[in-house]
Design a protein around this ligand. Structure first.
Ligand code: PEP
Ligand code: MG
Length: 554
């Protein structure tokens, strides 16, 4: 049995097999086709071209560096002309009715694995040659295939054959959302922090997760092994012994009992002992989370991270697509408040089609409202969808990463244009939608009195507010030991924002992870926080805490 320690993200326990996701491996999407013959043709053409490229490379190398060194290109050519390899690729395409690139990738992996298992070190080395030549053919297929297949959502998912604990060095949010949620038992990551977006996804799925795992060899060697993942104590036991199993069966029973106890809070008010009513809302990223929010008795949606709609698409989501999603969220929530945040793309949340440059300091870079203001056509599409969907429920719009009142005015101006265009086009939309602002930077907190004049409500993003206040990158595990989520500087900024915003008669909530930290629930309420928005899985725990707290206002 091996014990690995990390930082706990979501306090639950699971037992299952580890599936290691290797992000260094080139990843080829698999999709089904009605026309496998066309895919076989594509493969044959690419293979022929690759063979001819390798012949030219051989000739050139022969002239430049001599026969002995040129021989590698000949060996590569021979792999591509190998009858077994060709048969295997074509059979896979025909039998499984799948795309050529995926079949070449899988066949390459299978053959490379066979060489890897051979005793001779010479033969073992051939494994990487096979991967190399497969890659050459795949690139040629992809070049031909650029027009792009119409891949539907299910095909974009990364396949998991059975429920598994996902382990990886790190996962980007766009990687994470491509795993089928119903097959994920938990997460184990070598990198990351409890406030990184991938951790937030684990929380919204309510599955146990630990990050920043200390392991000299990394997690790859544990692929396929069984593990007990204890998200409560931030520990994982690989190949647990019988004693550990029985200890954990008991712990799982206790967790089940606790969940039942919390369920009795459904339908009860989120009200302090001295009678202050707190709005207890949910953070969501998709329709499945909205279902979970409803199941856990959320009083509204305090943060819909709309950027996930962008991350799960291969191109900008259309107005119609967005409208349909927002409309469904609003309809599901009935007359309850639904706060949809405009896209917070950038930093660690990147989609290729935005063509964002690599940045030296992405967290301090081109993200969120900065993209929206400088590329208003993107924001306009989203706002059109939002204002149209607004007539189906109780919508508010939230703007991320604001640092100046002028930015709010710019967004309001674009919103005004969108509404007059919709009017001119005779398209139904909601005229009055509140626009709120996120306090995610020390700048926003420090001038919250000025921002309060321009926005209708506020929500504190403590994840970013903490990283920018403490200068601690929320993605970087090396600085996690210096991270104190309860640092006085953070609370000072929260307190001064609450005071300034209340002076203008507006309300303020917390939608960052600090809002889900029961150790500070009472402290936040005493500072005047009116709303807490948390992952669906912790809503009832927070309700319990609110009901045990005093606001100190009466
Ligand atoms: C935050 O920064 O606290 C927040 C809620 O936004 P996100 O986590 O999506 O950056
Ligand atoms: Mg944020």
């Amino acid at each position: 049995m091996v014990t690995l320690y990390g930082k706990s993200v979501f306090k639950d326990i699971c037992i299952g097999k580890i599936h290691y996701y290797d992000q260094d491996e080139p990843r080829i999407e698999r999709y089904n086709t009605d026309n496998p013959e066309k895919e076989i043709e594509l493969y044959r053409e690419a293979n022929k071209k690759a063979v001819s490229q390798l012949k030219s490379l051989y000739d050139k190398a022969l002239a430049d560096i001599g026969a002995e060194n040129a021989a590698i290109f000949d060996a590569h050519r021979m792999i591509l002309e190998d009858g077994e390899f060709i048969k295997s690729v074509e059979k896979m395409i025909a039998d499984e009715k799948i795309n050529a690139a995926y079949a070449v990738w899988q066949t390459g992996k299978k053959f490379a694995g066979m060489f890897q298992e051979m005793d001779s070190s010479y033969m073992k080395e051939r494994a990487s040659d096979i991967e190399d030549v497969s890659g050459r053919v795949i690139r040629l297929i992809s070049d031909k295939d650029k027009a792009g297949q119409d891949i539907n959502d299910a095909d974009k998912l990364i396949k998991l054959d059975e429920p598994a604990i996902l382990a990886a060095r790190n996962l980007t949010p766009s990687d994470t959302i491509r795993f089928p949620g119903d097959k994920l038992l938990g997460f184990m990551l070598e990198q990351g922090s409890p406030d990184s977006h991938t951790s937030i996804l684990a929380k919204s799925m309510a599955i146990p997760a630990i990050v920043s795992i200390e392991s000299i060899e990394g997690l790859k060697p544990y692929d396929g092994h069984t593990a007990i993942l204890d998200g409560e104590n931030g520990v994982a036991y690989i190949d647990p012994d019988e004693e550990m199993y029985s200890e954990y069966r008991e712990k799982i029973n206790k967790i089940q009992k606790r969940k039942k106890e919390l369920n009795t809070l459904k339908g009860k008010e989120s009200i302090t002992l001295d009678g202050k009513k707190i709005r207890l809302y949910a953070n969501v990223g998709n329709l499945r989370d909205v279902e979970a929010a409803i199941m856990n008795d959320a009083e509204g949606i305090g943060l819909f991270r709309s950027e996930f709609l962008y991350l799960e698409n291969n191109d900008f989501p259309t107005e119609e697509h967005q409208f349909n999603v927002y409309r469904q969220v609003l309809e599901k929530m009935g007359d309850k408040k639904v706060i949809i945040r405009t896209l917070d793309i950038g930093a660690d949340k990147k989609a290729d089609y935005f063509r964002l440059e690599d940045e030296e300091n992405p967290a301090l870079g081109y993200r969120a409202v900065r993209i929206c203001i400088s590329r208003p056509e993107i924001l306009k599409t989203q706002l059109r969808a939002l204002y149209r969907a607004g007539i189906y429920g109780n919508l508010s719009i939230l703007i991320p990463m604001i640092i100046a009142p002028e930015e709010i005015l710019m967004v309001r101006e674009i919103a005004g244009q969108v509404k007059s265009e919709l009017k001119q086009e005779g398209i139904a939309y909601k005229e009055e939608v509140e626009i709120g602002v996120m306090i995610e930077t020390p700048a926003a907190a420090l001038i919250s009195d000025k921002l309060a004049k321009e926005a209708d409500f506020f929500s504190i993003g403590t994840n970013d507010l903490s990283q920018y206040t403490l200068a601690i990158d929320r993605q970087n595990r090396n600085v996690q030991p210096f991270f104190n989520p309860h640092h006085d500087a953070i609370f000072k900024l929260i307190e001064m924002s609450a005071e300034a915003i209340h002076k203008e008669g507006k309300w303020i909530g917390v939608c960052g992870e600090l809002g889900a930290d029961t150790e500070v629930t009472e402290r936040l309420i005493k500072m005047g926080i009116d709303e807490l928005s948390v992952s669906p899985g912790v809503l009832l725990e927070i309700r319990e805490k609110i009901r045990e707290s005093s606001s100190g206002e009466s």
